[in-house]
Ligand binder design. Sequence first.
Ligand SMILES: O=C(O)c1cc(C(=O)O)oc(=O)c1
Length: 309
Amino acid sequence: MSKPTSGPFTKTPGWLDWYTGPSKPKFQLPPGSVDAHCHVFGPGAEFPYAPERKYTPCDASWQQLFALRDHLGFDRNVIVQATCHGADNRAMVDALRHANGKARGVATVRRGVTDSELQEMNAAGVRGVRFNFVKRLVDFTPKDELMEIAARIAPLGWHVVIYFEAVDLPELWDFFTALPTTVVVDHMGRPDVSKPVDGPEFALFLKFMREHQNVWSKVSCPERLSITGPKALDGEQDAYRDVVPFARKVVETFPDRVLWGTDWPHPNLKDHMPDDGLLVDFIPHIATTPGLQRKLLVDNPTRLYWDDK
Ligand SMILES: O=C(O)c1cc(C(=O)O)oc(=O)c1
């Protein structure tokens, strides 16, 4: 893969560039596998980062993303609007348009979005909107605005992706459970993996999924959630062991409502940048049978993102 660049922007201090030269995974992905959570950044010279952004990344183009897809053995991508682009979806939509039908997208929109803009994004392959509640990433958007957006995108058959921290779930519960669409949780709602997997905090997340059949979860981002590692570097085949019980629990309890993604190019990592090949080798630790792997990587994302094909 080509190397990351920064274009006219200056990266946030401490920001780690994505890993060049990822290893070839030992785990062979089933045919038709989807990387259901990844991003593009800019390039900033062509698609400038949003003025309201909370970080400035290095560039990560669709060419580099699709090269990674092919290297790792994925068939398709779901490209999620990154917060550094705010509600300017041009970089993500441009990536979709270059994907030959092999990518779908999740956008960020504001109340002022027009119906024809939504239709245009739909034609490009957008199938959802992202609502972000992680305070270090976005400014607060009033819930009535978000609910209005959800009502507007529901008739398109789109879903809502939500990103939040585990401690905020109680406060957000009523809003989430009132959403009229399929709801996809990013990164398992960011559990604190130093707490017990059978403790009250994670029990609330499992209850959220159990009591609401429209709620799905991405069992992604062990590199963000892990506290004790080991890191997916230097050939490590047993990385992020402290995250495994959490992700495995979700996969085994809700096998038809889970998705997996690399999270490339891994925004905001300052501790270490994982080798994406070794991240793929994390998958069989959390989806331990070929049947579960097929649902996680192929059947579920295909049903959610390519049901019109
Ligand atoms: O935890 C994060 O920092 C993070 C940020 C973004 C984004 O900036 O869009 O997306 C993610 O999936 C995760």
